[in-house]
Design a protein around this ligand. Structure first.
Ligand code: SAH
Length: 369
């Protein structure tokens, strides 16, 4: 899709501070169904009804970070893996052949020179081998590789990656501090997000929803954070406890499964109404809480799905949280299943498209005015 010629007036949909919190509490006039319908209308008006696919390759679980909630944090007892270059390139070919048009490379965070250079080489390689008639510039490439130095972000951008996902996890600095060891700071995370924008990436961020101690006002502030940081895409989903998390985070969440699911759907809808022209993913974590959680995400205003293309034999070792779905399905199954879910809702899935958010083009265009 080209630049955002179809945007009417994004501000017309903007929700105010109090409305955001009220809607998150379930107080949208007419209830949640009316909220989701309004979000779908905002989506259709600004971005369109299409659902974009990004093959998600979780290529390694080695990680230098120790995020307390995460199933692959450094001190988690999990067998570590790193796919070979050949396996990564093969997965990229698979994505292009499946018509996904775009791919996300995700892994634990590493900053050693060897892995930085390796990723640069792989980005160039993937771009070269995924040229297709419908993909004249190869697969669209999103990275989700944590906080890095500006020079590293630049290197990968220059090699051909054009989007980056780095969740703020929560915009409440004291909650962020409870979730992370002291050396992982909120201000470093914000700096990394700003750096990514400066380098030129389309910026993705997001939060976990239903973190113990997180309030509705925190979530309302998260939506404002997305707007203020000028995010182009949002990936967010329910917080789900992991057996491999730090002891205090192993306990059940303080909101029920049903509450976390509903709150996640409201977050999608409210974000869509606040910043209508960005991309929002219906994340796998939604499906961990309900068999059709991702479809519910699409129905609440999401427009991106991320079929997992990680080889089945490695999926057990990339469980960020317990109950992650699709562990016993191979990538062939996910390749067919995910677009079918969108199609069942009557939403068109466009093959061979990068599916950039109009928001990103609006900003780029504005720079040259
Ligand atoms: N190293 C990359 C990828 C991190 S894992 C990075 O730093 O960005 C991707 C996301 O999984 C995290 O940002 C976090 O929001 C989510 N995640 C991790 N543990 C989770 C849990 N227990 N419940 C829900 N989401 C979780």
């Amino acid at each position: 899709m080209g630049p955002a010629t179809s945007i009417s007036d994004p501000c017309a949909d903007q929700a105010g501070r109090h409305e955001i919190a009220a809607w998150l509490r379930g107080e949208y006039p007419g209830g949640d169904d009316a909220l989701f319908a309004a979000a779908r209308r905002a989506l259709e008006r600004t971005v369109g009804p299409e659902v974009w696919m990004r093959g998600l390759l979780e290529y390694s679980n080695y990680c230098r970070c120790d995020c307390h909630y995460c199933g692959i944090r450094r001190s988690a007892e999990v067998s570590r893996f790193d796919l070979t270059d050949e396996e990564i390139v093969a997965a990229a070919r698979e994505c292009a052949d499946a018509g996904f048009g775009s791919m996300t490379l995700q892994a634990g965070e590493r900053r050693d020179r060897r892995s930085i250079v390796r990723i640069e080489r792989l980005i160039r390689k993937i771009k070269t081998v995924t040229y297709r008639e419908g993909l004249p510039e190869g697969l669209g490439l999103t990275l989700s590789l944590g906080e890095q130095r500006e020079e590293t972000y630049r290197r990968w951008y220059d090699a051909g990656a054009h989007r980056y996902l780095l969740r703020i996890e929560t915009s409440n600095p004291s909650l962020f501090a409870q979730l992370h060891p002291t050396r992982q700071t909120f201000s470093d995370r914000v700096t990394a997000l700003r750096t990514l924008k400066r380098v030129g990436y389309q910026l993705g961020t997001g939060v976990m929803i239903g973190i113990p101690g997180q309030t509705i006002d925190d979530l309302a502030a998260d939506v404002r954070f997305f707007r203020d940081i000028d995010a182009d895409m949002i990936g967010m989903g329910p917080y789900i406890p992991s057996v491999a998390a730090a002891r205090t985070f192993r306990r059940a969440a303080d909101r029920s499964v049903a509450e976390r699911l509903q709150l996640s759907l409201r977050m999608i809808a409210v974000t869509r109404l606040t910043i209508p022209d960005l991309n929002i993913a219906a994340t796998t974590a939604l499906q961990a809480l309900a068999p059709t959680g991702r479809e519910a995400g699409l129905a609440a205003g999401a427009n991106v799905m991320m079929p997992i293309v990680t080889p089945m034999s490695r999926r057990q070792s990339y469980q960020l949280y317990d109950g992650k779905p699709c562990l016993d399905e191979d990538s062939v199954a996910c390749r067919a299943c995910t677009p079918a879910r969108a199609a069942r809702l009557g939403r068109p899935v466009v093959p061979d498209a990068w599916g950039d958010a109009p928001h990103a083009h609006r900003r780029k265009g504005a720079e040259y005015e």
